[in-house]
Design a protein around this ligand. Structure first.
Ligand SMILES: [Cu+2]
Length: 311
């Protein structure tokens, strides 16, 4: 940029010298040019790095394009995994009018299954695409292998990467903790299979946190999202401290703007919390789960439906 600018300047300066005999004028014009050159030095579109702060998970490349998957941890992980994609041509130029579709499938020998996921959509104002995967199992679990098909279209060009082996880690969420329930498949009283996936709080803190949960119907290979019509009653407890609860929690209901079930969870202190849930239909009928009895009374200390958070 600088180099090109100084060459242009040089030519302009010569022209100016020819037409302006007064030395003062030349100096004034030069100053004006240097000032404008300073501005031109700034790239017209400030060099956008669409993946700033993200780590590479997997790269798919053919003779024409490179499609790269990225996220905060650089890993596909069990449960909710947010993924971003870039598409670059062979000169490294970011493509912002691509269309991407993908299909993850786990081969477990006797059976194959996919997993709840979103479509891959464009991020506004950036040459970036996004999706999420709620991985039901990690690579190697039940001797399973995850395969991933990815297809792209850029204008009239298209390509497909088939049966790429991807590594889904046995680690949860950004903090990498293991052995915590954050994704669960249940068969409801209506005999339908549901997959519930905890998303937020991704970085839990003491106090009131947003809590968000995806609910998908399990009809493998398809897992259609259930967009509304269900309620998740929330009762967070600390089993190590006489199963105490906390005030100001808000049950999860469908949030149409964010396309996820959303409520509030209040962690009154750090430690291990069990987020007891009851899945209800719109009429309040229990689909799965049970109430937790008040402290000191006989009965269930936990719901059969819960997520865990420890921080
Ligand atoms: Cu599996």
């Amino acid at each position: 940029m600088k180099h090109i600018c100084s060459i242009i300047n040089c030519k302009k300066m010569k022209a100016i010298r020819l037409y302006n005999r007064g030395a003062t004028l030349v100096i004034l014009f030069s100053l004006a040019l240097f000032a404008s050159c300073g501005k031109d030095d700034e790239p017209e579109n400030p060099a956008v790095n669409p993946v700033e702060g993200l780590k590479k998970i997997h790269e798919f490349a053919d003779d024409s394009y490179i499609v790269t998957a990225w996220n905060e941890t650089g890993e596909f992980r069990l449960g909710y995994t947010k993924v971003y994609f870039t598409v670059q041509d062979k000169d490294g130029k970011y493509i912002d009018n691509a269309q991407l579709t993908a299909f993850p499938e786990m081969d477990m020998g006797m059976m194959k299954h996919s997993t709840p996921r979103s479509e891959i959509t464009k991020v506004p104002d950036k040459p970036l695409y996004e999706a999420y995967y709620n991985f039901l199992m990690y690579s190697g679990q039940g001797d399973g292998v995850w395969y991933y098909d990815l297809a792209y279209t850029v204008g009239s060009a298209s390509g497909i990467f088939e049966d790429e082996v991807i590594d889904v880690k046995n680690a949860f969420r950004p903090d990498g903790r293991t052995q915590i329930t954050i994704i669960k498949t249940v068969v409801g009283t209506d005999d339908k299979r549901y997959v519930l996936t905890l998303v937020e709080p991704l970085h839990p803190k003491v106090g009131v946190n947003d809590i968000t949960v995806y609910i998908h119907k399990s009809q493998s290979p398809e897992f259609p999202p259930i967009e509304g019509g269900l309620i998740l009653k929330l009762d967070p407890r600390m089993p190590s401290m006489e199963n105490h609860s906390s005030p100001n929690n808000v049950d999860l209901t469908w949030n149409a703007a964010e396309k996820i079930y959303k409520g509030k969870v209040n962690f009154s202190m750090t430690g291990y919390w069990k987020l007891n849930l009851i899945l209800q239909d719109a009429s309040g009928n229990i689909v799965y789960g049970n109430p937790v009895v008040p402290q000191g009374e006989q009965g269930a200390e936990a719901s059969s439906l819960f997520f865990e958070v420890e921080f």
